[in-house]
Design a protein around this ligand. Structure first.
Ligand SMILES: [Ca+2]
Ligand SMILES: [Ca+2]
Length: 183
């Protein structure tokens, strides 16, 4: 019984993003641009979950399991690569104003990519985002998602890698850019 209670507490804590701290102490502002590689700081299972034991890509953030990819075509010269089913990343954000936002995400995939979404406290706020075949891992294409409803205040956004595509992965992700939808 104690064990079950403990396990569910850990699960709840992870789900709500407790203990997940903003990258370099800087909370991402929305509206604004969030570099995918600037996910939160914290232990695996708290700030992120990555099934690859080692970072496959660049040595950008010191020891981390998350696969950060160095790529000159990406914003800030880096993105997230080697995404696998079940992985997730946290981003601590401050939403300035309640309302609908449009979201832009540059992605790359060789063959058809997979599905991911963004959620807050376990609630999917974007709906499923499908990554198409962009013509190669080195070709970024901009995805646009409309009507992402957010409420004012501090939140932890979780980017969840839901399902792999024909590529065997979900896809490479450069950044998340939120803009307030004009009335
Ligand atoms: Ca990975
Ligand atoms: Ca980037």
């Amino acid at each position: 019984m104690k064990l079950i209670l403990c396990a569910s507490l850990i699960l709840t804590t992870a789900l709500l993003g407790a203990g997940s701290k903003p990258h370099k102490g800087k909370v991402h502002e929305i509206p604004g641009k969030i570099e995918a590689e600037h996910y939160d700081e914290g232990e695996p299972g708290v700030a992120y979950h990555d099934v690859d034991e080692k970072n496959h890509g660049a040595d950008y953030r010191g020891p981390t399991q998350v696969d950060i990819e160095k790529r000159p075509d990406a914003s800030n010269g880096h993105g997230i690569g080697w995404t696998r089913e079940g992985e997730w990343l946290h981003y601590t954000v401050e939403v300035k104003e309640t309302g609908a936002y449009s979201l832009e995400i540059p992605v790359a995939s060789n063959k058809k990519g997979g599905v991911f979404h963004l959620e807050i406290k376990g609630k999917n706020v974007t709906g499923p985002i499908h990554i198409p075949d962009t013509g190669g891992w080195q070709i970024l294409k901009l995805l646009k998602i409309e009507k992402v409803k957010l409420t004012k205040g501090r939140h932890v956004i979780r980017a969840v890698m839901v399902k792999k595509g024909a590529s065997g992965s979900i896809g490479d992700i450069d950044y998340f850019k939120f803009e307030k939808t004009k009335k």
